[in-house]
Design a protein around this ligand. Structure first.
Ligand code: SAM
Ligand code: SF4
Ligand code: SF4
Length: 348
C-alpha cells in the first residue's frame, strides 16, 4: 500500500511506508514520577539533582486538546495518557474531560503507577475516564520495593487499584517481568488479582539508555505462563494490532503477554507518541522526533499542523523491535550506542 492520506467519511487516515495506519496516540503529560523503577528511571540517573522540565515547557491542556483533535482528524481513535506518572500532573481530570469531548475518540485510557488513585479515581471517572492500567510488578514487598527504587510497599498500589474499582473504572495491571528479579513472584500476583483485573505481563525492554537491559533478563512467554500456575488456552486478538497475546484460564480469567522482544509486532504498530514538551515520536525506541510545540506556539494553523503530521507519518519506516538483534550486534561491534529517548520522556 502506498503511504499517504486516504479520505474517510469524516476523517482522513494516514498510512506510513509499511502501510500502517495512524490509530493510537500516547500523550505523555509529565516527565516526573514518584517512583524510580530500575528499568525506567533508575535513581542513580534520575536523582535529586536531575533537571526535570519546568511547567512552562509542558504542553498546556489547551495545547494537548488541540493537538489531540488534529491527530483524531488524521485517523487516531484511541488515546492513552501516560508519563512519567500522569497523576502528578495537576488538574488531570480537566484534561480527561477535554479529551473525552473530542468527537471520534472511541477509547481513552491511562497508564499509572496507581499511587495517587485513592485521591483521584472518583474525579477521573466523573470526568469521563472509563479505565486505567495500573503498573505493579510484584506483591512481595522486598521485590517490589527494590524494583520501584524507593522501597514503596505494594499495598499502596493495591489501594489504588481498589479505589479505581470502587470508582467504577475498569482495571488492567501491567507487570514488567525480569528474570531473577520478579519472575518467581508472578504466580502470587496472578492469583491475587485475576478476579479483579486483566493482567498483562510485559517483556523487559531496552527503552532509553540507562536501564541495564540485557537479553538474558527477558523471560519468554512460555516461562511466564508456567510461573502463573494455571492451565491456559490462547484466545484471539480483540482487534488487529492488539499488542498483547491473550490467554484465559478455565474460569475465563485473562492474562496477556506483551512480547515485544521475543515476538515483535512492529508490522501492526499504529502508535504515535507525543512527549510532554510536544515532540512527536513514531517509535518507542526513536532517537529523535518532530517538535510540534514550536509551530503550535508560533501560531501555525490547524491545516499546517496537520500537514506536519501527515509528512511525518507518511515517511515512517520504524520497526526497531524487529531489528533489535542486528542493532545490538552492530552496537557491540562498533561501540556506537543508539541514543534512544528515555521512557519517562516518551511515555510508555
Ligand atoms: N508511570 C506510569 C506507570 O508506571 O504505569 C506510566 C508511565 S510508564 C513509563 C508506562 C509503562 O511502561 C509501565 O507499565 C511500565 O511498567 C512500562 N515500562 C517502563 N519501562 C519499561 C521497560 N524497560 N520495559 C518494559 N516496560 C517498561
Ligand atoms: Fe515512574 Fe512509571 Fe517509570 Fe516506574 S515505570 S519509574 S512508575 S514512569
Ligand atoms: Fe512500534 Fe517501534 Fe515498538 Fe516496533 S519497536 S512495535 S515500531 S514502537
Amino acid at each position: 500500500m502506498l503511504a499517504g492520506v486516504f479520505p474517510l467519511t469524516d476523517q482522513s487516515v494516514l498510512t506510513d511506508q509499511l502501510g500502517r495506519p495512524l490509530r493510537d496516540l500516547r500523550l505523555s503529560v509529565t516527565d516526573r514520577c514518584n517512583l524510580r523503577c530500575t528499568y525506567c528511571m533508575p535513581k542513580e540517573v534520575f536523582g535529586p539533582d536531575f533537571a526535570f522540565l519546568p511547567k512552562s515547557e509542558l504542553l498546556s491542556f489547551e495545547e494537548l486538546e488541540r493537538l489531540s483533535r488534529l491527530f483524531v482528524a488524521s485517523g487516531v481513535n484511541k488515546l492513552r495518557i501516560t508519563g512519567g506518572e500522569p497523576l502528578l500532573r495537576r488538574g488531570l481530570p480537566e484534561l480527561i474531560g477535554r479529551l473525552v469531548a473530542i468527537e471520534g475518540v472511541q477509547d481513552i485510557a491511562m497508564t499509572t503507577n496507581g499511587l495517587l488513585l485513592p485521591r483521584l479515581a472518583a474525579d477521573l471517572k466523573a470526568a469521563g475516564l472509563k479505565r486505567v492500567t495500573v503498573s505493579l510488578d510484584s506483591l512481595d514487598p522486598e521485590v517490589f520495593g527494590r524494583m520501584n527504587g524507593l522501597g514503596v510497599h505494594p499495598d499502596k498500589v493495591l489501594d489504588g487499584i481498589e479505589a479505581a474499582l470502587v470508582a467504577g473504572l475498569g482495571v488492567k495491571v501491567n507487570t514488567v517481568v525480569q528474570r531473577g528479579v520478579n519472575d518467581a513472584s508472578l504466580g502470587e500476583l496472578w492469583h491475587a488479582l485475576k478476579d479483579k483485573a486483566v493482567l498483562r505481563f510485559i517483556e523487559f525492554m531496552d527503552v532509553g539508555n540507562h536501564n541495564g537491559w540485557n537479553l538474558d533478563a527477558v523471560v519468554p512467554p512460555r516461562e511466564v505462563l508456567a510461573q502463573l500456575g494455571s492451565e491456559f488456552v490462547p484466545v484471539g486478538a480483540n482487534y488487529r494490532g492488539e499488542v498483547a497475546t491473550r490467554y484465559t484460564d478455565a474460569q475465563g480469567h485473562e492474562a496477556g503477554l506483551i512480547t515485544s522482544v521475543s515476538s515483535p509486532f512492529c508490522g501492526d504498530c499504529t502508535r504515535a507518541r507525543l512527549s510532554a514538551v510536544g515532540v512527536l515520536y513514531t517509535c518507542l525506541f526513536a532517537t529523535g522526533g518532530l517538535d510540534l510545540r514550536s509551530p503550535l506556539r508560533e501560531g501555525q494553523s490547524d491545516a499546517q499542523l496537520r500537514e506536519l503530521l501527515a509528512q511525518t507519518w507518511s515517511v515512517r519506516r520504524d520497526r526497531y523491535s524487529e531489528e533489535r538483534g542486528e542493532a545490538t550486534e552492530r552496537g557491540k561491534a562498533t561501540g556506537l550506542i543508539r541514543q534512544k529517548v528515555e521512557m519517562s520522556h516518551i511515555g510508555g
